[in-house]
Design a protein. Structure first.
Length: 287
């Protein structure tokens, strides 16, 4: 069996060891590879997926498979994703009101205790109407979905995932600051200036999102160094079980998407709470 394994080694594309062949300098022979065993219908040798204390065929059929312990680094990355989703939805959720509705007070807050007809209007800023609001928010969605293609390319070709994520977070922070500045009372006095500031902030924040999103998810899986399954004895129950890398990755991404949803849900609950607090403070002042 060992001789068969040694003779069935799959050759790798030479260009992968030298980096991308962007100028097509390598010959055609440099890209020649042997077909993996999948194409022959036999499948790869399982030994490549087995480590020390590897399970036997019988154990593979009878023992339950469990994930390994998740590294702390994976949780920190998931928390960063939670914060990014919180900040992203925290801004995009107010775009429509900001563009569509009029500015009712210099501070942007809706009046309370004034004309009942006025209080029925949702507070905004630019008063450009529903069509403009729909157009700009649709562009923002398009922008945030198209830029990740370039963010992934930059990470894979030039900077690497970690550096790209760090730079993208900095870019997104700059975009946040510009978006906040577009709501300054001085800018809102001239609607065209406020709109220009808002569009610039929207574009810059989209650049940050585009560099962040395609690279943060693969970084989670990279925190799992274990690449082979093995058998261990459960310290609590004393039963034997298989520690499977596939089960570990599955659990990691379950937690990862849990953090994403917590970030999005947290923003959905934070906004009405903030509105309630602001309205309460205004009522206290009126009293």
């Amino acid at each position: 069996m060992s001789g068969a394994i040694a003779t069935n080694v799959v050759l790798h594309d030479e260009s992968l060891t030298k980096g991308p062949d962007m100028k097509h300098d390598l010959s055609r022979d440099a890209h020649a590879v042997e077909l993996p065993q999948y194409y022959e219908g036999t499948g790869p040798e399982q030994n490549a997926y087995m480590g020390e204390n590897a399970p036997t065929d019988e154990e593979l059929k009878t023992l339950r498979r469990v994930p390994a312990k998740i590294n702390f680094g994976a949780y920190t990355i998931a928390f960063v994703e939670l914060a990014e989703r919180f900040s992203f939805y925290g801004t995009t959720v107010v775009y429509t009101n900001y563009i569509k509705n009029p500015l009712l007070r210099p501070t942007g807050a809706a009046p309370i205790g004034a004309d009942p007809d006025t209080t029925k209007i949702v507070a905004g800023a630019l008063n450009m109407g529903a069509q403009a609001a729909n157009g700009i928010t649709t562009f923002n969605q398009f922008w945030c979905y198209i830029v990740p293609l370039f963010g992934a390319y930059i990470a894979d070709t030039y900077l690497g995932r970690y550096n790209t994520v760090m730079i993208s977070v900095g870019i997104a922070i700059v975009g946040h600051v510009i978006l906040v500045a577009s709501g300054a009372p001085g800018l809102l006095e001239e609607k065209s200036h406020a709109l220009a500031c808002f569009i610039i902030g929207l574009i810059i924040m989209g650049l940050g999102t585009g560099g962040f999103k395609p690279n943060i998810s693969p970084m989670v899986a990279e925190q799992m160094p274990m690449e082979s399954m093995y058998v261990r004895e459960n310290p609590k129950s004393g039963t034997r079980e298989i520690v499977d890398p596939a089960a570990t990755v599955q659990r990691v991404y379950n937690y990862f998407y849990l953090f994403i949803n917590i970030g999005a849900l947290g923003m959905s609950t934070a906004r009405p709470c903030a509105t309630m607090v602001a309205n309460t403070m205004q009522l206290v002042k009126l009293a």
